[in-house]
Design a protein around this ligand. Structure first.
Ligand code: NAI
Length: 215
């Protein structure tokens, strides 16, 4: 595959392709044209072809794409052909909710440990994990080959904890705290703000009401 810079917009669409293709694969569908994929996903066929062309095209024109092949190739691009070991920092409401969501494991994201600085939570069992004190984090990361940390702590704490994680060899941070982290460029950070998604929803409600009054 050609090694060129892929835009973030294309990358942000890949998980959605991956999800739809996974569903098609589970339904036993072997081939799909870009037009059929377009109808299901409500993305234009030309957008799909353009996106896939960034990775060499994946399929034969006029004959459609092989669903399983495409699913696996996109999975590889997304780094899903290997498992990832995760820890959660912050065993509060959000940390516990994420730990309890089993579907991450189907995709190869394995939650190995959970940490907090509140002694009242130490030893508490969330699914098959016990909440551990932060003091144990460093050794745990080394012994369990942890590559991703999930940050579900208050924003006032997030930067200092992120620095500690980086010092201990974490490669990626899934950051739910509402603050931008200062980490070296070789550390990947994905910020998640559920309220951004909610604001997009209210924008679309407003836009629809303005464009189609009385509907
Ligand atoms: P919570 O208060 O239930 O849990 C936070 C946990 O972090 C507590 O157990 C606390 O003891 C622990 N903690 C605090 N400082 C720590 C430190 N230095 N090291 C280790 N653990 C520490 O809060 P909740 O509701 O779970 O939210 C967690 C964070 O996620 C908050 O910053 C909140 O604003 C944010 N959040 C973000 C969302 C998003 O869409 N990005 C959605 C919901 C919450």
């Amino acid at each position: 595959m050609e090694n060129k810079e892929i835009s973030q917009a294309v990358i942000s669409r890949l998980p959605r392709y991956f999800r739809y293709l996974g569903e098609l694969k589970d339904e036993g569908i072997e081939r799909i044209s870009s037009q059929e994929l377009s109808d299901i996903m409500k993305v234009t066929a030309s957008q799909i072809r353009q996106d896939f062309n960034n990775f060499g095209g994946f399929g034969q024109q006029g004959y459609g794409y092989k669903v399983e092949y495409l699913y696996e190739e996109i999975g590889k691009i997304l780094g899903l052909d290997k498992t990832h070991n995760l820890i959660i920092i912050g065993a509060g409401n959000l940390g516990q909710a994420l730990a309890n969501y089993m579907n991450f494991e189907r995709r190869g994201f394995l939650f190995k440990g959970m940490f907090d600085n509140n002694p009242a939570l130490y030893g508490k069992k969330i699914r098959d994990m016990q909440v551990r004190p932060m003091e144990e984090m460093e050794q745990f990361v080394k012994e369990n080959n942890i590559d991703i940390a999930v940050l579900t702590i208050p924003k006032t704490e997030a930067r200092a904890v992120a620095e500690k994680l980086v010092r201990n060899g974490i490669r990626g941070i899934w950051n739910f705290a509402h603050v931008d982290l200062n980490v070296p460029k070789e550390i990947q950070v994905e910020n998640v703000h559920l309220s951004d998604s909610l604001m997009k929803l209210t924008y679309n409600i407003n836009r629809f009401e303005q464009e189609s009054p009385g509907c």
